[in-house]
Design a protein around this ligand. Structure first.
Ligand SMILES: Nc1ncnc2c1ncn2[C@@H]1O[C@H](COP(=O)(O)OP(=O)(O)OP(=O)(O)O)[C@@H](O)[C@H]1O
Length: 341
C-alpha cells in the first residue's frame, strides 16, 4: 500500500515553474530516489512532501496526512540539503533539545540518541558541533531526523560533499532503515549510490519527471542492453546487413574488431557474416548501461532553468511554513515564511 502519494504537484515561484505536474506513489518500506541535475526541482519536490513548501497545484498525502499538518511531523523525519546546526552545543545536547521539542520521553530519547550515533559511528560526540567535521555534522543532522522515530524519512542529498567512506556509511545506513520498515525518499546527484540502494527512482529534469520506475524498468525503456561482439575479420563492410542493430566498430588491443549491437538477432547476423568471411567470433559480452548513462541520455543537453518562466501574471504570493518546530535550518529563499515553534 502506498504510504506516500503525489498527484499532479506543481510549484511556481513568482511565475517560475520549479516543479511541473509531478505524480508518483511510494510503497511502505521502499527506498525511493529523486534524481536529477542541478535545478531539476528535487529539493522543491521534497520540501512539498515535507510540508515546508506549499504546492501551487496538486495534492500530496504522506502517511495519511496532508503535508504541513502538524500531526504529520510525528511520522516524518526531514534532512534538509543544508543543515546548519547549533554550533555551540554538543551533538548529544543538540539531539536532546530536539527530542524535547518532539516530546520524546528522556529515557527513550537517551537510548535513541545513543543508538543512532552508534550506528552512524559518530566519534567525539561530546565535541562542540562547531568543531566537528562536515561528515560528523551530517551524521548529527541525520540523527536529528530520526529523533522522533519517524515512519517516513525524507533525505535531501544525504551524502552530498562527504568523503567516499562516510558516503558509503550513510548509504548503508539508509538501506538498514528501509530494512527496518521505514520508508526513505532521498535525492542525490551521485547515481552510483542511487543505483545501489533505491528500489525505484524518478529522474527529474527541468521541473518534470522524465523517467521513472525500477532501475531495470528504466534501463529497458531508456537504455537497453547492448551486445559487444568481438571478431577477427577483415574490415566491417557488410556487417550491418541482416539485422536492425547498430554496428560500431572498434579494434581492441588483441586486434579483434568490436561490433556493438542491440539484440541477439543482430549478434547472430554478425556471427554468420563473420563466419562466411572466414573470420572468427572471439568473444560476446553483454553491457548494461549504468543509471548514469541513462541519466545523461534523458537529462542531458538541456540548460537548467531554460524556458521555465510562465507568463501567468499572478505570481505566487503564497506563504509556506516550516511545521517541524522551526529551528536554525531555515531556507533563506524569499518566498518561504518560517514559523517558529
Ligand atoms: N524559493 C525559491 N524562489 C524562487 N526560485 C526557487 C526557489 N527555490 C527554488 N527555486 C528555483 O527552482 C528551481 C528548482 O530548484 P530546486 O532547488 O528544487 O532544484 P534541485 O533539483 O534540488 O537542485 P540542486 O540539485 O541544485 O539542489 C531552480 O531553478 C531554483 O532556482
Amino acid at each position: 500500500m502506498a504510504i506516500l502519494e503525489v498527484e499532479g504537484v506543481r510549484k511556481e515561484y513568482d511565475g517560475f515553474t520549479a516543479v511541473e505536474g509531478s505524480s508518483f506513489a511510494i510503497e511502505r518500506g521502499e527506498v525511493f530516489g529523486v534524481v536529477g541535475p542541478n535545478g531539476a526541482g528535487k529539493t522543491t519536490t521534497l520540501k512539498m512532501l515535507a510540508g515546508l513548501v506549499e504546492p501551487t497545484a496538486g495534492t500530496a498525502v504522506v502517511a495519511g496526512y496532508t503535508p504541513g499538518e502538524r500531526a504529520m511531523q510525528r511520522t516524518l523525519g526531514f534532512l534538509p540539503e543544508e543543515s546548519p546546526l547549533y554550533e555551540e552545543m554538543t551533538a548529544v545536547d543538540y539531539l536532546e533539545f530536539f527530542a524535547d521539542l518532539y516530546d520524546v520521553p528522556d529515557a527513550v530519547a537517551a537510548e535513541r540518541i545513543e543508538s543512532s550515533l552508534d550506528r552512524l559511528e559518530l566519534e567525539h560526540r561530546e565535541r562542540r558541533i562547531g568543531n566537528m567535521s562536515k561528515g560528523m555534522k551530517r551524521k548529527v543532522a541525520i540523527a536529528r531526523a530520526l529523533i522522533n522515530d519517524p515512519e517516513v524519512l525524507i533525505f535531501d542529498e544525504p551524502a552530498s560533499g562527504l568523503d567516499p567512506l562516510t558516503t558509503n556509511h550513510v548509504i548503508e545506513f539508509t538501506e538498514e532503515l528501509s530494512e527496518e520498515g521505514k520508508t526513505v525518499v532521498f535525492s542525490a546527484h551521485n547515481l552510483f549510490h542511487v543505483e545501489s540502494v533505491c528500489d525505484r527512482v524518478v529522474i527529474m529534469n527541468d521541473g518534470r519527471i522524465v523517467a521513472r520506475g525500477s532501475l531495470d524498468e528504466i534501463r529497458d525503456e531508456h537504455g537497453g542492453t547492448e551486445y559487444h561482439v568481438y571478431a577477427t575479420v577483415d574490415g566491417s563492410d557488410g556487417l550491418e546487413d541482416g539485422h536492425d542493430g547498430r554496428v560500431e566498430t572498434d579494434v581492441d588491443e588483441t586486434g579483434s574488431v568490436r561490433h556493438v549491437v542491440a539484440d541477439m538477432d543482430a549478434v547472430d547476423a554478425i556471427r554468420e557474416t563473420v563466419e562466411a568471411r572466414d573470420g572468427r567470433v572471439t568473444d560476446i559480452q553483454t553491457e548494461t548501461p549504468s543509471l548514469e548513462d541513462i541519466f545523461l541520455e534523458v537529462a542531458g543537453g538541456t540548460e537548467p532553468d531554460a524556458e521555465r518562466r510562465r507568463d501567468d501574471g499572478d505570481g505566487t504570493g503564497r506563504s509556506e511554513s516550516e511545521p517541524d518546530g522551526g529551528d536554525d535550518e531555515t531556507d533563506s529563499s524569499e518566498s518561504e515564511r518560517v514559523v517558529d515553534a
